[in-house]
Design a protein around this ligand. Sequence first.
Ligand SMILES: [Zn+2]
Length: 301
Amino acid sequence: MLARDHSITPAQQGHEAVIQSILESAYRALEQAEVAISELTAIGIGAPGLSNPETGILSTSPNLPGWQDVPLRDIIEKRLGKRAFLINDANAAALGEFYFGAARGAHNFIYITLSTGIGGGIVIDGKIYTGAIGAAGEVGHMTIDDDGPVCNCGNRGCWETLASGTALAREARHQIKEGGRTSILEYAEGDIEKVTAQVIHSAAEQGDSLAKELIARTGYYVGVGLANLINIFNPELIVIGGGLSNIGDMLLEPAFKMAGDRAYKEAFRAVRFASAELGRNSGVLGAAAFALQEMRKSLRE
Ligand SMILES: [Zn+2]
């Protein structure tokens, strides 16, 4: 990686503002790297939401209000004058880990990112599986509890409403309001709105029993989803990334135990778990690798 630039997505200002911000970031990164646009082979775009690699259209995204069927790939291609390729951001991250990180050499693996939500990418026989319209790998929206909390997607009880950092913080706030005995608030400057997964982790590390219990419960739900994925895909490897996974054993031990209890024994014995290695770079590296891979494919045709 020669350079990287980062900017806050002006999501509330509509798609034209977001595209402008993407272009400005791209120009800054090029300048930092001292590379001219003419020297680029292609551009890879990892975008949240329903990003169709075939059509290059981002049709909808819960994080980008108002986006409806935006031909993001073609817009970037036209403005920068280079071939561009679009892929969902979590699928891009899976490819990043596949080419450069924890999943090197694996042919059948699943990447999940435990964060404010839960994203995922599925690699089958060495290829990212994007499905009929690019919507595959939305593991965070498999139903775990048919009567569970309402999700951003409109459904109830999706995996991410029970096993994400947002879910953990929501549960902690609820317990605090109910008068649960805990020191969690002390780690959040006494402000219940500042209770985050990280705050709960700090309290748990200092021995707070409610915090530990909440993390173990989140781990339990992580494990239920893992068991489903293991039974459906029989992967050789599951790579786990995302900020919530930094909690480590306190979260993952109950998750692996639950997955072992619920999945087919043989399939569970065949799966290996690994931590993602590329952190914030997995998506950009994966999107770039996807662009190269697609370029090669089109040159052969
Ligand atoms: Zn959902």
